[in-house]
Ligand binder design. Structure first.
Ligand code: ARG
Length: 407
């Protein structure tokens, strides 16, 4: 029996071949969903061109969804609030876009009365996990198909397959890099970078080519944890991210070269360019230094890596992630203020100032000059009692082990 499948379509070789392959092998009727999360269509193709390719490959329809503002507001904003960097580094570029796509896949599956959704991921990556776990969280009844995990074709085989079925692809048998792109940045894999010792070539970078040798200084305004303006100019978060990608990226800021642990047990060398993401997280974290009460700040710092891991591991829609979101949201009520950033080619960023009406920084308490309001004498008893346990321990048990003996 023919089954109707909604495919997450990118317009690339794999998902184009997947349309025909599922029709032939699984008797599927394929509806494509192309979710615009801020990727630049490759080689200046328009989404209309990509849509025509889907139809030429055999899809019964191809729906294009503009999810750029949704990506910014519902996915990048929480990542900023959580200072989210997987393994302390990667700001979750691809990991954030998959749940956006999943939402729309499920939505279109309902509209088209489909019984399955499909993706073009292989069996070695994280994205299959994100698509499948995400879909099942939103729609436990939908089947998830992964044709590229089943077909056993090499890239060259796929190109031949496309030729045989007259699918108008642009890809060639040699593809050097695998690039995934959205508003939050670009992830670049493959080619010579598969050797972790090899320096990444400059060719695949687009956002972080140095085109500006002048320093760029700008001020980001945050309201309740979310950036709302650059240099006082209020704009949508999607526009703010795009502007910052451009301005910070023009000085070469925003590159990462790292080895990371995939969910499936593989270490992989990854190269990213994500100027806005890195700048906004750094600025946000800096404002938290100024405004968050100490215990809340320390506890939040413990939860942040967990949040990033959950999102990386495909658990965007999960109870623990939602619970941490609630904690994080509560901490952001007073994270409003300005942070000034200075970018200098090649690729250096410094935070040069921060201010807020809600700051917990108190000049009178902090200063060493005449304006000092701190009661110094109070510290005497405070420190004595604070250190009392250690003093007792040292006297009775500890000192002989910790003080070096003179010979
Ligand atoms: N390793 C990153 C992640 O799992 C990026 C994967 C992006 N895929 C790509 N084709 N470059 O989030």
């Amino acid at each position: 029996m023919t089954k109707r499948v909604v495919l997450a379509y990118s317009g690339g070789l794999d998902t184009s071949v997947a349309i025909r392959w599922m029709m032939e092998e699984w008797d599927a009727e394929v509806v494509c969903v192309l979710v615009d999360v801020g990727q630049d269509p490759e080689s200046s193709e328009s989404f209309e061109d990509i849509k025509h390719r889907a139809i030429a490959a055999g899809a019964i329809d191809c729906v294009v969804v503009d999810a750029r503002d949704e990506m910014a507001e519902a996915f990048c904003a929480p990542a900023i609030m959580a200072n989210a960097r997987y393994e302390g580094k990667y700001p979750l570029v691809s990991a954030l876009s998959r749940p956006v796509i999943v939402r729309h896949l499920v939505d279109q599956a309902r509209k088209f009365n489909a019984t399955a959704v499909a993706h073009g991921c292989t069996g070695k990556g994280n994205d299959q996990v994100r698509f499948e776990v995400g879909t099942h969280a939103l729609a436990p009844d939908l089947e998830v198909l992964a044709p590229a995990r089943n077909w056993g074709m090499t890239r060259a085989d796929s190109v031949d397959y496309a030729e045989k079925w007259e699918i108008p692809i642009r890809a060639t048998k040699e593809k050097i890099y695998s690039i995934d792109e959205n508003l939050w940045g670009r992830a670049i894999e493959c080619g010579e970078m598969e050797d972790p010792w090899a320096e990444p070539p400059s060719e695949p970078y687009t956002l972080t080519r140095v085109t500006n040798l002048e320093p760029v200084e700008l001020t980001i305004t945050f309201r309740e944890g979310v950036p709302i303006a650059i240099d006082g100019i209020v704009m949508s978060l999607a526009d703010l991210i795009r502007t910052l990608n451009h301005r910070a990226g023009s000085t070469g800021f925003g590159r990462l070269d790292m080895v990371e642990n995939r969910r499936v047990g593989i270490k992989s060398r990854e190269v990213y360019e994500c100027p806005a993401a890195l700048a906004l997280i750094a600025a946000h974290a800096d404002l938290e230094d100024l405004n968050l009460e100490r215990d809340v700040h320390h506890e939040k710092a413990r939860l942040e890596p967990r949040w990033a891991e959950l999102v990386y591991d495909g658990m965007w829609f999960s109870p623990l992630k939602e619970a941490i979101d609630a904690f994080v949201a509560e901490t952001q009520r007073h994270i409003s203020g300005d942070v000034r950033l200075r970018f200098e080619a090649p690729g250096v960023m410094r935070i040069t100032g921060r201010r807020s009406d809600k700051a917990l920084y108190d000049y009178g308490l902090a200063t060493y000059d005449a304006a000092d309001t701190f009661k110094h004498a109070d510290s005497e008893g405070y420190v004595r009692i604070y250190g009392l346990g250690v003093k007792t321990w040292a006297a009775r048990q500890g000192a002989k082990n910790t003080v070096p003996r003179s010979k």
